[in-house]
Each structure stands twice: as C-alpha cells, then as structure tokens.
Design a protein around this ligand. Sequence first.
Ligand SMILES: Nc1nc2c(ncn2[C@@H]2O[C@H](COP(=O)(O)OP(=O)(O)OP(=O)(O)O)[C@@H](O)[C@H]2O)c(=O)[nH]1
Ligand SMILES: C[S@@+](CC[C@H](N)C(=O)[O-])C[C@H]1O[C@@H](n2cnc3c(N)ncnc32)[C@H](O)[C@@H]1O
Ligand code: SF4
Ligand code: SF4
Length: 380
Amino acid sequence: MSVQLGMPQPREEAGPALPSVPAARPADAPAGLADRYGRRATDMRLSLTDKCNLRCTYCMPAEGLEWLAKQAVMTAEEIVRIVRIGVEQLGVRELRLTGGEPLVRHDLVDIISALRSNHPDLPISMTTNAVGLAKKAAPLKAAGLTRINVSLDSLHEETFTKLTRRPFLDQVLAGVDAAWAAGLGPVKLNAVLMRGINDAESPALLGWALDRGYELRFIEQMPLDADHGWTRRNMITAAEIREILSAEYVLSADPRERDGAPAERFEVRRRVPGLDAGGAPSAHGPVLGTVGIIASVTEPFCSDCRRTRITAEGKIMSCLFSREEYDLLGLLRSGADDDALARRWQDAMWIKPKAHGMDHVGLDAPDFVQPDRSMSAIGG
Ligand SMILES: Nc1nc2c(ncn2[C@@H]2O[C@H](COP(=O)(O)OP(=O)(O)OP(=O)(O)O)[C@@H](O)[C@H]2O)c(=O)[nH]1
Ligand SMILES: C[S@@+](CC[C@H](N)C(=O)[O-])C[C@H]1O[C@@H](n2cnc3c(N)ncnc32)[C@H](O)[C@@H]1O
Ligand code: SF4
Ligand code: SF4
C-alpha cells in the first residue's frame, strides 16, 4: 500500500471506525517522544526485516505471507540516520533490534558497527530466534551489540517443531550458548505458553534456564497471529503461569524497580516440602535466579509504556496494536531534513493510544480489532 506523506495510514481491514482525527501536538508539548497521556518513549524498537526462517504458530501462518519488496525495506544507511535522529534529537535511550528475524539480514553486523560507532554508550540489544546465531554471536558482540534475547518455547524437539513449524531446536540451543559465551549477557529467553502444547513444560524449562544462568520470561499470547486464532479463553494467563510454576517453585517479587519493563520479575526458590500453605519463601531455600512474566493481556503495563516502534519499511507505530502508521521512510526518501523527520516522529507519538491501540485497556474488549499485520510484520 503506498503511503501519503504526513497522513496517518489507516489499516485496510474492515472493523469499527478508526479513532477520530488525531489531536495536533501542541506547541508547548514536552520535548522528545511524548504523548497525550504523560508518557515519554525512550525505548526504540526497530524492525530490521519482516522476513523469518521460522513460522511460529502464534505469529506467522504455515505458508504464505508475502515478504516486503527489497526496496521497501530500510537500508543500513537509512536505519543509521533514523536511529541518530532518535538518539540525538528525541531522547531515545535504548535500542532494540527485532523483526521478523534480524539474523536473516546479511548486513546485520555492519548495521550494528555503524550504530555503535555513532553511539558509543547506547544499549543496543536484539531479540532473535537464534537460528544461525552460533556462528554470528562473536561477530555481533565484536560489532558492538550489547545483549540478546532469544525466543525458546520448548526444549523438546517435537514440541519445538510443532510450535515453530521448523526442526531447528539444536541450532537455537547452540545459539543461546554461543551468545552467552560471546559475552552477550544477560541472556534473556522468551517463551510464549500455548495451552496443551508447551504449558506443562514450563517448570522444566525454568529449571533448565536457572541452571545455566539465563533469565527466562513467560509470555501471555497476544492476538497478533497471522491466522487470527487467538482467543481469550484459550490463552494461558499470568495467574495460570504462576500456578503451574508453584508446583515446583516459590516465586516472590523481585525488589528491583520494574522501570517500564513488560516483564514482571520474580525471585525463584525451589519449593521445599513443609513450607507454609501460602507458599511463603523458605528462609532455607536460596534464590536460584529470576523469572519474568509478561502479562500483556491480563495485567497490562501500558500506563508506563516507553516504547516507540519503527517497522522494517520505516513506518512509525506508536503502539504494538496501532491501527495507524506514519511514514518516516517516505519522508526521509523525499529529501526531508532531520528536523522535519523528528517532527513527524513526535507528531505520531503524541497521538499514541492509551493502551492496546485504543483509548482504554482491553485486548478482550468488544471493540478491540486485531491488527491485520502479524507480530513478525510489525516488529515484536
Ligand atoms: N504489550 C506489549 N508487549 C510487548 C511490547 N514489546 C514487547 N512485548 C512483549 O514482550 C516480549 C519480550 O520482548 P523482548 O523483545 O524480549 O524485550 P523486552 O522484554 O521488552 O525487553 P528487555 O527485558 O529489556 O530485554 C515480546 O515477545 C512481546 O510478547 C509492547 O510494546 N507491548
Ligand atoms: C516477533 S518476534 C521477532 C524477533 C525474533 N524473530 C524472535 O522470535 O525472537 C519477537 C517476540 O515476539 C513474540 N511474539 C510473537 N508473536 C507473539 C504473540 N502472538 N503473542 C506474544 N508474543 C509474541 C515472540 O515470542 C518473540 O519473543
Ligand atoms: S518473527 Fe519470531 S516469533 Fe515470529 S515466526 Fe519468526 S521466530 Fe517466530
Ligand atoms: S500495547 Fe501499546 S501501549 Fe501497551 S505496552 Fe504495548 S506498545 Fe505500549
């Protein structure tokens, strides 16, 4: 779909009317990427590609999903310029590279080197499925990548293959270890729990991660799958996750500040028979590590959201569930200067929805409309 410069680009799907004409950003609006609800985005999530070599059931369809044309995707130079504007003019304080699968970009190492040379102190992390990471972890570290998050839903080949529709578990495990060995820690792992598929494996997956010093996070499935198969009733909730884990572990609030993070962190101790019925942590059980729970659906964290997203084709998405996108790359390619690009970005962020793409919280609300893009195409 071609995009008109300066105009919000409504998604094409049928559904309830889009929000009314956005309020203009007032002249006295706070600096940076502020919005109408008093939040300020300092965490930039940039999608390097819409392509992926896995097809996770909660994200992509089994087949199909046309890739963007090569010329529609931001080049390395364009990415570097957009990040520079974000950091130098708009208060971006951390950068997350995502996709699609960032590792499928052949110029990934060059992009990271260029970003690092412009921004010596910027935390630059990457979220990846780790297929092919074993060979690339050391070069990525050398180029200046700070740390890495890996998606790993199961340690069982059959379950892994069922969920990702590809038989690459060994490669992913090798990638996780290589990331650790290369110094890309702390290594965080993401597991989306799917009822009847990998939910029962969650305590074992946690034990495996704790043994190795990886920080595992369990994620509530969001309605961002290309197949539109998500239902509120079928998803595994944060409360259920805590319940499943409590058979083997005692979780207690991590005293560290959450600081706008999607994951609520818990310290983990092994459950010792004889603990009180409320599961109070045993004075005897040592803390084995932490686990995170990302409860976007049942315990949303939108009121403290600090994220701004740029899709692989250079569109600004103020929210993961935005139904409106603003074209930054088109403006850049038209010859606009940095100030004009910064203003466009600020305008787009000013009208960031309150939560979940709407003016109220609720992925299960009757007026929620699932974006027609899958998570892979938005940039998770
Ligand atoms: N609702 C919502 N969920 C998000 C958003 N960003 C990420 N998530 C969810 O959080 C999960 C983990 O994201 P990651 O890319 O690993 O990064 P993170 O947890 O945000 O960041 P770190 O803990 O700092 O590494 C994703 O798989 C999504 O399910 C967001 O903006 N909104
Ligand atoms: C879209 S992927 C992109 C990066 C990389 N391909 C990966 O899988 O890590 C980013 C994150 O989104 C998560 N994700 C994808 N679809 C999701 C959904 N429907 N609900 C919740 N998280 C989802 C994945 O588990 C992954 O951790
Ligand atoms: S983008 Fe990430 S979550 Fe989506 S299919 Fe690829 S590996 Fe799976
Ligand atoms: S759903 Fe939107 S507002 Fe809520 S945390 Fe995610 S990006 Fe932020």
